[in-house]
Every structure is written in C-alpha cells, then in structure tokens.
Design a protein around this ligand. Structure first.
Ligand SMILES: [Zn+2]
Length: 240
C-alpha cells in the first residue's frame, strides 16, 4: 500500500520517497513509491502530472493510476531507477490547484442542488476546461440554475473553511449526512476521509480540495442538459 500524502495535506507540492518497484507494461514504465503526493485518476478527478527527480536524472510523470491500493507513476522514457533509490517528487501545481478549486466547487454545487431540490449527484467529471455533474431530478427548470449559480458564488465569497478528517468507518457513519453511504462503501474500507465544508456540506471523499471556499473565486454554469428520465447534467467553469 502506498502512503497517500494528499489524504491529510492537499497542499503538498514536493516530497521525498523511496522506489518500491518499477514495472514495465507494454513498453510503458510505472514507478511505485513508498509514499506519494501525486493524485491518481479517480472519483471524477484527473491524475496529477509532474516529475520524479533522482540523483542525476529527471523523469516526467505523464500519468498516475491506482492499482490494488498501490499508486503507479507512469514516466516518460525508460527510468534508470532501482528498488530502494531515493527520489524527489514535484507536482505540476497549477494543474492540481485548478482541480482542487473545481472539485471543491462541485461539492458546493451538489449541496446547493440537493438542498433546493432533494436531488442526489450520480456522477461527476472534472476536465481541463470545465466540470460536469449529473444528478437525478424529476422537475427540470433551466431558469433555476441561475439561482443555484448565485447561491454557490455566495458560499464561495463567504469564505467557509474546508476541513479533512480521517476516521474509523463506524465513527464516520454516525454522521447523519454519511449514513446513506454505508451500503455503498465496501467493508474493506476501514478508514474514511470525511470532507466538511463548514455550514455547507459533509461528504466522504478521497479527492483534493482547497482549504477555504474563497480560493475558488467563483463559478459560472455554462450548460444544462436534459439526459432523459430523472437524469440531468450541468457543466460549470471556475473563474480564472
Ligand atoms: Zn471531494
């Protein structure tokens, strides 16, 4: 199991780690470390990019994936690294910080839509230029999305603190907002990462988030789609 540094500190941009394994799969090279601050693709959030630096060489990290609890860093070219080598990891911070702002904004928009309509979010996807969220909503009123956008921007401006806590499964499910997840999260997950946006939202989530909603600056809902029975989709952008 790779130790995931972003679970407790989403602002870690650089770290030192030890090479645990180097794997070649179809001519692509994957480096496994004992710990990492690189976020592997998952939960609708894209992977980080950046570099791994050893004594005399630098390797571009072009993809990061999770496999059986291990995080694998795909590097460009053939890595001259062996088990036990020390490396320094550096994350492409502009890319990651943008995803942190998008991801936290998605929590706020989900909370606003849920509060106003009772709808639940069924999927989300962050990309390099916009964020998509899907939710189950029977009544569909495009006019209301301007109001949701205003509500999200009000919360962003108010500067709510965003807190992360790791807690045992049983303790997490005592939180009323998380009870609904009990059946969805496999028993094998013993420790749950709870993300609280003070006064706004509580979620179990392993993604990366900003510390204060004011960092998001603002959002704009750019498109709303009707995807058939009960299935709605909205796209938004975060302000530059
Ligand atoms: Zn999250």
């Amino acid at each position: 199991m790779t130790e995931l540094l972003y679970m407790t500190d989403c602002y870690k941009k650089e770290f030192d780690a030890k090479v645990v394994n180097v794997e070649e799969i179809d001519g692509r090279y994957f480096v496994e470390l004992d710990k990492t601050a690189f976020y592997p693709k998952g939960g609708g959030q894209p992977n980080d990019r950046g570099k791994l630096i050893s004594k005399d060489k630098e390797y571009a990290v072009i993809n990061v994936i999770k496999k059986d609890g291990r995080v694998l860093h795909e590097v460009e070219g053939v890595p001259h690294l062996k088990i036990g080598d020390q490396v320094r990891g550096e994350i492409d911070w502009d890319r990651r910080y943008y995803f942190m702002r998008c991801h936290t904004a998605a929590h706020i928009l989900s909370a606003v839509i849920h509060k106003e309509t009772g709808a639940f979010i069924t999927g989300n996807n962050i990309s390099e230029d916009k964020v998509r969220i899907d939710f189950n909503l029977e009544e569909f009123d495009r006019e209301k999305f301007k109001h949701y956008e205003d509500e999200v921007n009000r919360i962003i401006k108010e500067g709510h603190e965003v807190r992360l806590s790791l807690m045992p499964r049983e303790e997490a499910f005592k939180i009323p907002d998380l009870v609904k997840l009990k059946k969805m999260l496999p028993e094998s997950i013993k420790i749950i990462r709870v993300v609280t946006i003070d006064g706004v939202d509580v979620q179990a989530c392993a993604g990366t988030h900003v510390k204060n909603t004011s960092e998001i600056k603002g959002i704009e809902i750019v498109k709303v789609e009707n995807k058939g029975k009960n299935n709605r989709r909205a796209y938004f952008k975060v302000k530059q």
